[in-house]
Design a protein around this ligand. Structure first.
Ligand code: ADP
Length: 274
C-alpha cells in the first residue's frame, strides 16, 4: 500500500482520519434501541469522537449496541439521521480509501468467484467502470494475496475456503484497494486461535503504512491486547480511550449490566493457584 489512491475524494491534510459530531441513527421501523423524549427509537445516539490516522480502535459492546451500525455509517452504506461524519474532512460517500470487511454471516459464500476475483474487486475504485484491469492492477492483486499468505488459494472458489482463509482474502481485497481506513465487523468470530493470530499479524504489518483500523469485536481480552484504543458502545459511547481507561468494572457494568461477571473473567489476567 505504498501508492495511495489517486481517484475518489481528496483528503484535507489537516483533518483527522475520522470524525463523528453528534451522530444519531434511527432505523425506519425502529431499532429496539433507546427511545428518546421525542419518541424516536435510536440505534445510536449523540455519538461524537475522533480517530487520528494510524490508530487502532476496537469497538466493543453488547449485542445490539450499534457496533455494525457505526461501521456502516463510516462505510457510507447508511446515512445518519442527524449529526455529521467526516473522513479526512469530507462525507463518507465516494471515498475509495475505506475498505469494509462485513461479518461472515452477511456474505453469500456460494457466489461463484475465485479468491483472485474477490481481491480484484478491491481495485474497482481505481480501475473505474470502463477500463479493464491493467498489468499493474494484476500485480497489486498478486502482491496483496502474497501479503496475507494466500497465493496458493488464488484460484480456489471463495466458498471452498475455511473461515480464516476467507477473512484473509477479504483483508487482501482491502490491501489491493490501498485502503487507508480498514473497517472489520467481527472478523474473529468462529475462527480458531491460529487464524485469529494470523489476522492480527497481518494487521500489525499494516502499521508502517499508517492504515487506520476499526474492528468490532466481542472479544475483550483480544481487544485489550491488540488495540491502542477501545470504544465501549451501548447506543451511546460509554467510554473511549486506552484499554486500561475503558475496561473498568464501572464502565463494563454500565454497558453490559448483568452479563458483566462473565466479561470480567474474560479480561482478568490468568491467576495461578497454589
Ligand atoms: P451490534 O452490531 O452492536 O450488535 P447493530 O448495529 O447490528 O448492533 O444494531 C443496533 C440496533 O439497530 C439493534 O437494535 C438492531 O436491532 C437495530 N438494527 C440494525 N440493523 C437494522 C435494520 N436494518 N433495520 C432496523 N433495525 C436495525
Amino acid at each position: 500500500m505504498n501508492q495511495r489512491s489517486t481517484r475518489g475524494v481528496n483528503h484535507q491534510p489537516a483533518c483527522p482520519c475520522l470524525q463523528f459530531v453528534d451522530v444519531s441513527v434511527a432505523y425506519a421501523g425502529g431499532s429496539h434501541g433507546r427511545t428518546t423524549r421525542n419518541g424516536r427509537d435510536l440505534a445510536l445516539q449523540h455519538i461524537s469522537f475522533q480517530v487520528e490516522s494510524g490508530q487502532r480502535v476496537a469497538v466493543i459492546g453488547p449485542n445490539g449496541a450499534g457496533k455494525s451500525t457505526l461501521l456502516h455509517l463510516i462505510a457510507g452504506t447508511i446515512q445518519p439521521t442527524s449529526g455529521q461524519i467526516r473522513i479526512f474532512g469530507s462525507g463518507p460517500g465516494k471515498h475509495i480509501c475505506i475498505a469494509y470487511v462485513p461479518q461472515r454471516s452477511q456474505i453469500d459464500w456460494s457466489f461463484p468467484v475465485t479468491a483472485t476475483d474477490v481481491v480484484m474487486m478491491g481495485r474497482a475504485g481505481q480501475i473505474g467502470l470502463l477500463r479493464r484491469p491493467s498489468r499493474q492492477d494484476k500485480q497489486i492483486v498478486q502482491e496483496s494475496l502474497a501479503r496475507v499468505n494466500a497465493l496458493p488459494l488464488a484460484h480456489k472458489q471463495i466458498g471452498e475456503l475455511s473461515g480464516g482463509q476467507q477473512q484473509r482474502i477479504f483483508i487482501a481485497r482491502a490491501l489491493a484497494q490501498e485502503a487507508e481506513l480498514l473497517l472489520l465487523d467481527e472478523p474473529l468470530t468462529g475462527l480458531d486461535t491460529p487464524s485469529q493470530e494470523m489476522i492480527f499479524t497481518i494487521l500489525e504489518s499494516l502499521r508502517p503504512d499508517g492504515v487506520t483500523v476499526l474492528m468490532a469485536t466481542h472479544d475483550l481480552a483480544l481487544a485489550a491486547e491488540h488495540f491502542d484504543q477501545i470504544m465501549l458502545l451501548n447506543q451511546a459511547v460509554v467510554a473511549f480511550g486506552s484499554p486500561t481507561v475503558v475496561l473498568t468494572p464501572d464502565n463494563l457494568l454500565h454497558a453490559y449490566g448483568g452479563r458483566m461477571s462473565a466479561l470480567m473473567q474474560a479480561v482478568a489476567p490468568t491467576r495461578t493457584t497454589t
